[in-house]
Structure formats: C-alpha cells, structure tokens
Design a protein around this ligand. Sequence first.
Ligand SMILES: [Zn+2]
Length: 412
Amino acid sequence: MQRHSITRALNFPEYKITDLRLNQDGYWIQVEAYKRKPFVCSKCDEVHGGSINSVKKVSVDDLKLFGKRVRLIVVKRRMRCPKDGSLHVERVAWLKPRARVTNRFAQDVYRLTSITTNTEAGWYLGIDDERVYRIDLETLEDLAAKRLKPTPAAKNMSVDEVAWRKYYRYLTNVIDVDLRRVIWNSMGRTAEVLDKFYDSIGKEACAEIKSVALDGAMTYISSTSKKAPNALIVYDKFHVVQKLNTTVDTVRKLELRKARKEDRTDLIEMMDCKQRFILLKKKANLTESQKGRLDRLCALNDSIYKAMILKEDFLQVYMQQDEVSAEAALNEWFAQAAASGIQAFVALAEKFRNKARYILNWFKKRISSAISEGINNKIKRLKRMAYGYRDVRYFLLKIHQHCGLLSPRFSP
Ligand SMILES: [Zn+2]
C-alpha cells in the first residue's frame, strides 16, 4: 500500500504520514501538516503568516489499527505569535490542546463508558483507569456545555431523589417525561435545590409546565407550587407503591423481631429477608407456591395479614374508573388503615391524607411509573458499576450520560 493511500485512510485532513513503523507495541505513525496548510496559532486562534521557527513532536494514542495499538507522533510547527511575541505551536483540529489522545479516541472512550465500567473500557482500549476517568470527564463536560446549557425545559416532568452515597447524601434529578430522559440534576433535595432548576429555565418556561410528577416530598411540592403555578402536581404512582411496600416491610421487621424473642422458628423462617419479596410483590403476580407460603404466613401472623390486605386494597384505588370513585375508595382506605391498629399504616395513612389531592391527580395525568422505575434502575446499575464515584460532579454527569441528554444514543 502506498503511503498516500494510508494517509487517506487515516483521515486527518491536511496532514500526511511521514513515517510508519510496526513493532511489538503496535504501530508508530508520524504525521505532519502539509506545507501549504495555514498556521493556526494555539494561543490566539488566528492564522499567522511568516516562517516556522521550529517543531515540537507530541505522542498521542489513536484508534487501534488491525487490532494493534496506534501511537501517533504529531509534528506540530511552532511560530512566534505577533500578539504576545512568544513562540506557540499550531492548533490541530482533531486534537485538543495538551491531550494525549486524538478526539476520535476520546469519542471511543465516551461511547464505551456509556455501556460499561471505566475499568472494563480501559482494559479494552489498553489505557489505565485514571486516563479513562480524565478523558471521560472532559468529554462529558464539553458535551454538557453544548447540550445542557441553557437548561432544557419540559412540558411534563418528573422529579426524583437519588441516594448517591451512604449516610444519606442525596441528589435531585429532573426528568422530561415525554423524552423519558434526565434533563437536569444537582446535589441535595431541598426546595432550594429544585428552585434552582425552575429559576434556570426562567419564568416563561415555568408557566408552560403542564404537569410535575414527584415522590411526595413536601420540599418538591412547595417549590413546584411556588415556581410552576400552572402545573398539575401528581404524586407518582411508582413512589406511592414504593411507600406501601416499605411500610409492609416495616411491619415484617417488627414482627420478625417479636418472633425471635418468642423463639417462633416457624414464623422466623417465613419472615426472613429471603422471603421478603413475596410481601412486596402484587399478590396477583405470585406463583402458586409463593401464594401458598403467603397464605400460611398470613394465617400465622395477624399483623402481616392486615398489612397485606391494606396494601392490596390501596392498589384497588388505582383500579377505579375515574377520580370520583377513586376518591371514595381512598377515603374508605384511610378509615380502614386508621382502624387497623397497625402503627406503621396509621402513620402512612396520615401522610397520604395530607397529599390525597396529589395522589388523585394521577387520574388527570396518568404518568407511566415505568419512566421513574426505569431511570431508577439505570442509576442503581450505574452506582454498582462505578464502585463509588470519587466526586459528585462526575456522578451527575454520568447520570446524564446513561439516562439523559449526554447519551451517545441521543441525538438532539
Ligand atoms: Zn497567535
């Protein structure tokens, strides 16, 4: 193959190959600009005429060739800049200043880190974790400046909190329900945090928000009612069901503790963690043997039985045809929960009663809980993949990369 053809295959416009070697490490390819290529100053970004002072060789990684690693030796010309009188190298379009990899290599890093861990991506590309992290972070920051500024607004949105570390550190995600993607996020979960989102899209865009689904937190509710006056606030079904499940689990833990004190081996076995899921699933979704186990447990323990009934009955509220019958069913449930004597459910009913309006708003705007659930699961996976993110700024960007507008699969 002639050098000319390889130059074309390499695809760096206005650059030619001046040397090419193959050894055990892979290819070493030296490239330099054609003489006629104008000199673009890396200091002031302008084209300078005049004579070249000297050259500087930098070595960078490029995409693999025929399965082998490629190191490019880029010969950069140096010239005196008339603006500051000092020597500067030329700007190379396919290489960022001070980068140790080509832009297209950085793109590959970013595409790989959107589907796998940094360690795996690094192994595949032949670079260490630290370099993957630096390249990934820089690429995501560049993209964020293009796609997340100004803050994208949504007509129908959903607000969600995520625990990002132990000891209750939280962050807030805003999801565009129509796009099914995260469009904004920030550390914390106070009303002031969500206020920042509303302020950044501006009053006009806020007035156009039609619905906001949220997890029932008063902080989000108060921020939304203040900043998005025309939005219908919906207590997301996904989160209502989650609260019901947590409450059932609270009852289970309490009963398990009692059973241990009383040495009730039959009960302990049926209520331990492994059996937890039969209490959390909808009864209709259980297999015959799971149903049998649940029935035995309910027969043995009155509180668990009552808790299961309360949960299943609440789900009936969502089965109603319209808001009016749903309201009647909900009020009936409040009375039932209050009369149950199960402390955890008495407390939950009290909380739900204060937010009944938002629970019932679901009948006006039935936002699919699959969106919140899907994004929640992706973030959980992301947290597992990273083995703890060193800084929250990186984690926020990774959420955008895996669930938002910074995904390589998303084209604006
Ligand atoms: Zn200059």
